[in-house]
Design a binder for this molecule. Structure first.
Ligand code: FES
Ligand code: FES
Length: 189
């Protein structure tokens, strides 16, 4: 049987990719790793459960996290994504000159050990920070929104606490992400 092919082109880390004829059922994770040599996005469960493969989809209504292992290139075609390689500031030669605030905070807090899960946590925490830029949260609610945003990411090494602390610190220390309103979320349930 002949494999059905699709011409695929999308925006990755702010750049348009060259059009490529790819199998229609190829997953975004394979496209990133095997065709674009962006190997920072990790393969974990392959079933949409662990979020090691999470990347940011820059949708019309704002950033959202998608698991690249179960996201087909057929759906991704023409859309815009950011992988872990796209978060730091780089010079003309591509060398990192400055980590993003979330990346730096994960380092400062010793949030990871083997780092296999880290690209997925970077995607989830960065998405939260960017969403709070347009919809700030009450300071008393920060703990809850961080827990909710990182809830689906699995880490087998560190027990999560330092990822949560690092993300919370970035939010509390970045002007405009929080308000002084009283907590609006029901923490009793
Ligand atoms: S590898 Fe994609 S969710 Fe686990
Ligand atoms: S740091 Fe090893 S899996 Fe998270």
């Amino acid at each position: 049987m002949t494999e059905r092919m699709l011409t695929v082109r999308m925006q990755i880390n702010g750049k348009q990719t060259q059009p490529m004829d790819l199998p229609e059922d190829l997953m975004l994770l394979e496209y990133l790793q095997e065709y674009l040599n962006l190997t920072g996005t990790r393969y974990g469960c392959g079933q949409g459960v662990c979020r090691a493969c999470a990347v940011i989809h820059d949708a019309a209504d704002g950033p959202r996290v998608v698991p690249a292992c179960i996201t087909g290139v057929a759906w991704a075609n023409g859309r815009s994504f950011r992988t872990v390689e796209g978060h730091a500031t780089r010079d003309d030669q591509g060398a990192v000159t400055q980590l993003s605030a979330i990346q730096q905070a994960f380092l400062d807090h010793f949030s990871f050990q083997c780092s296999y899960c880290t690209p997925g946590f970077v995607a989830a925490a960065t998405t939260l920070v960017e969403r709070l830029q347009t919809a700030p949260v009450a300071r008393d609610d920060v703990e809850d929104v961080v827990l909710e945003a990182l809830n689906e990411n699995i880490c087998r090494c560190t027990g999560y606490v330092r990822y949560l602390q690092a993300t919370r610190d970035v939010i509390l220390n970045t002007p405009g992400l929080t308000t002084d309103e009283v907590a609006t979320r029901d923490t009793a349930s």
